[in-house]
Ligand binder design. Structure first.
Ligand code: SF4
Ligand code: FES
Length: 235
């Protein structure tokens, strides 16, 4: 049996298991910590920083920080939510997120986290960057306008599919997702059934001929806020 570790999140006593991260223990205990790049089936990437919590007063990303006996974690504070809103605001203005026309609307984690944190419109001016669209693949459509550089597709393709179809190229504002083929997505061995085609939190990696299978209004986050599935585990 694994060693039990007791600690608190916002004053609530949590019993986790040795080796768990804060987000894993919080999820099991029914406490939602906002996140974007984290995916439970992938190695944590720690890139978006939306899951930042205070551990004994110091900022840490909950998806990478292991739990430890007696630590005090703060998650639900005005300051942390303001920090999260700033990060999410930046993601909206650095890309081109036209939610009203996006097939992912209602299933999009970026949109859902923004709503959960009370963002209705970004407070900074939009960059309107020029981004690529790749529709060459027979079964998958790639729209980099919506990419938030979470890295999930990179990890899933490398670690689960064993293909390495996606990678990051460039730095800073030029950083983007690229495919491991000289020309385009059609020249890769990406398949619709691959994990990499399933993990995108936004509408960048889309499966062709599946759009609007679930109508707007009946999608995952249309009636319940993101995180409510986790909170429903709370005893
Ligand atoms: S394409 Fe999707 S999964 Fe890949 S980095 Fe961009 S947002 Fe993340
Ligand atoms: S969810 Fe932890 S850094 Fe992105």
């Amino acid at each position: 049996m694994s060693e039990q570790i007791t600690f608190t999140i916002d004053g609530i006593e949590i019993k986790g298991k040795a080796g768990q991260t804060i987000i894993e223990a919080a999820d099991e205990a029914g406490i939602y910590i906002p996140r974007l790049c984290y995916h439970p089936e992938l190695a944590p990437h720690g890139s978006c920083r939306v899951c930042t919590v205070l551990v004994n007063g110091k900022p840490q990303s909950a998806c990478t920080q292991p739990i430890a006996e007696g630590i005090t974690v703060e998650n639900n504070t005005k300051e942390l939510d303001e920090h999260r809103r700033n990060l999410i605001d930046m993601l909206f203005i650095e890309g081109n997120h036209f939610c009203m026309f996006c097939e992912k609307s209602g299933n999009c984690e970026l949109q859902a986290v923004a709503y959960r944190l009370g963002i209705l419109a970004p407070k900074y001016p939009y960059f309107f960057p020029k981004k690529d669209v790749d529709s060459t693949h027979p079964d998958i459509f790639l729209d980099l306008n919506r990419c938030i550089l979470c890295g999930r597709c990179v990890s899933a393709s490398r670690d689960i599919d064993g293909k390495g179809v996606f990678e990051f190229v460039g730095r800073s504002i030029e950083k983007k997702i690229a495919v491991n083929a000289e020309a385009s997505l059609k020249d890769t061995n990406l398949k619709q059934a691959d994990k990499a085609a399933d993990v995108c939190p936004v509408g960048t990696i889309n499966k062709k001929r599946t759009a609007f299978a679930i109508p707007i209004g009946k999608r995952l986050y249309d009636s319940k806020p993101i995180g409510s599935d986790i909170e429903s585990r709370r005893k």
